[in-house]
Design a protein around this ligand. Structure first.
Ligand code: GLN
Length: 486
């Protein structure tokens, strides 16, 4: 089977269960493709660990104790802590760090039988929109290696697009699953805040961080999401007291009569014409499938940028205080006393964007500015969430672009952090509201670069999103297209 690396999670799972292929064979194929670390997608690989997991999977397949995804490979964004691989969150401050435990999401996918291929590159502490903020170098977009893969889950998106893994995990605080999925032509879903446990996910902004799967299709995302979700109350106090669901069960349901809300604020001036054309094309497909397009308004869309870029850095400045050279990773070599050690360790260990966020966060939380910035932002955050609830009175799901443009070239925004912040405009609102959102391949724009359609659902409506995405993928083949040579 020469095209193992192009098979879906579902197809691989079936071949493994029927023993047409072994887990070791599958793992060996992917490990061979990962040789030389194409696109700089991986940060840690250990073929011995992977092959040992694959052997254990083969034993379970043989004795009838196999999980539903037994032997199917997966790779994890480097913000999920893992016992068997190093975890750096893309930061120098964690170089060489090894966790004494696995994140809940990692552990659940192992329980379902998945074999870990390694850890994936990402923006440092998941702060970024282009993967240019990784301390271990940028990730290339497999569709055009001169372009960014998106961020912060850039390694995850590039690895799936390049056939280095059939599926990956990502995290989404303000768009980090959806935007790289869009830029790399794959499918990704961020579930409702609280659906997937944050235990062992290195915290960026705790009130926003959420894990989710990235794969080629909605069908594959559904399989992983079912395994990832579920209550973890003892270990994550914001985990929802709600069992996971079989997200595959309603993939094929009819979407006849589905009301798709089209927010006018998502189709304004800043939207590139090529992205608009692809998104419009996908919406026409939905009409053909019997869905109804309903004009809606999300009036505070623009405010989501300042609100997010106050709240996320505020939480980050607190979360990142634990990296001080005492407990984890890097420690400065020469220092005079404890405070000097903290200062030097943090100055050496954090990259520029992380330092910028810590400083912004500390500023907006400081006495005298708290009311003017942080408190104000929290109030508007609430109004943004209310806007969505108003919109959901008129529609079932919301659709629009994921990002205002296709993937940009390396260096284009590198010295202009605000340009990256502005490009997050369409993903931030759902994050601030805690709503599930996904990116579905919708066609191609300028220079043949992929364009994603964003679907946003109401709380706990992941199954409805995946159903809508799957129906589109039954009617189109955008998600099956691959970069040249893959
Ligand atoms: N680009 C956004 C940021 O830099 C979102 C990142 C994310 O979702 N982790 O914060």
């Amino acid at each position: 089977m020469s095209d193992l690396h192009n098979l879906s999670v579902k197809a691989l799972a079936t071949l493994l269960q029927t023993k047409e292929v072994s887990a070791v064979e599958v793992a060996t194929r992917f490990l061979a493709r990962m040789g030389g670390n194409p696109h700089n997608a991986f940060l840690d690989i250990d073929s011995e660990v992977t092959l040992a997991q694959a052997q254990a999977s083969d034993a379970k397949l043989a004795d009838g104790t196999a999980g539903p995804l037994e032997g199917v490979p997966v790779a994890h964004k480097d913000v999920f802590v893992t016992q068997d691989f190093a975890t750096t969150a893309g930061s120098k401050i964690l170089s060489g760090y090894r966790s004494p435990f696995d994140a809940t999401v990692v552990q659940r996918l192992r329980t379902a039988g998945m074999v870990t291929l390694g850890k994936l590159n990402c923006d440092e502490f998941a702060m970024g929109s282009a993967n240019e903020n990784s301390a271990y170098g940028p990730v290339q977009n497999p569709w055009d290696t001169a372009r960014v893969p998106g961020g912060s889950s850039g390694g995850s998106a590039a690895a799936v697009a390049a056939g280095l893994t059939p599926a990956a995990t990502g995290t989404d605080t303000g768009g980090s699953i959806r935007q790289p999925a869009s830029f790399c032509g794959i499918t990704g879903i961020k579930p409702t805040y609280g659906r997937a446990s944050r235990y062992g996910m290195i915290a960026y902004a705790s009130s926003l961080d959420q894990a989710g799967p990235m794969a080629r299709s909605a069908e594959d995302c559904a399989l992983l999401l079912s395994a990832m979700c579920g209550a973890d109350l003892d270990r994550d106090s914001t985990s929802l007291d709600m069992p996971s669901e079989d997200f595959s069960a309603s993939l094929n349901s009819s979407i006849e009569g589905l009301r798709i809300g089209i927010p006018k604020e998502f189709f304004g001036e800043g939207l590139a014409t090529d992205v608009r054309a692809a998104v419009d094309g996908a919406l026409r497909e939905y009409e053909k499938l019997g869905a109804k397009l309903v004009p809606i308004s999300l009036p505070r869309t623009e405010l989501s940028i300042p609100v997010y870029y106050i709240i996320a850095p505020a939480e980050a400045s607190s979360n990142l205080s634990r990296f001080d050279g005492v407990k984890f990773g890097h420690r400065a070599k020469d220092y005079t006393d404890l405070v000097d050690m903290y200062k030097k360790t943090r100055a050496e260990g954090f990259g520029n964007e992380v330092k910028r966020r810590i400083m912004t966060g500390a500023y907006v939380l400081s006495h005298g500015y708290y009311d003017a910035y942080y408190l104000q932002a929290q109030k508007i955050r609430r109004m943004i969430a209310d806007d969505f609830q108003n919109a959901f009175k008129e529609c079932d799901v919301i659709a629009g672009p994921v990002a205002p443009s296709v993937a940009w070239k390396f260096g284009e925004n590198a010295n202009d952090p605000v340009a990256d912040y502005l490009a997050d405009i369409f993903t931030l609102p759902a994050s601030l509201a805690g709503l599930p959102g996904m990116s579905v391949p919708a066609g191609f724009g300028a220079q043949g670069m992929p364009v994603g359609l964003q679907l946003i659902g109401n709380y706990f409506k992941e199954a409805q999103l995946l159903n809508a995405a799957h129906r589109l993928q039954q009617a189109t083949d955008f998600h099956l297209q691959k970069p040249q040579g893959i």
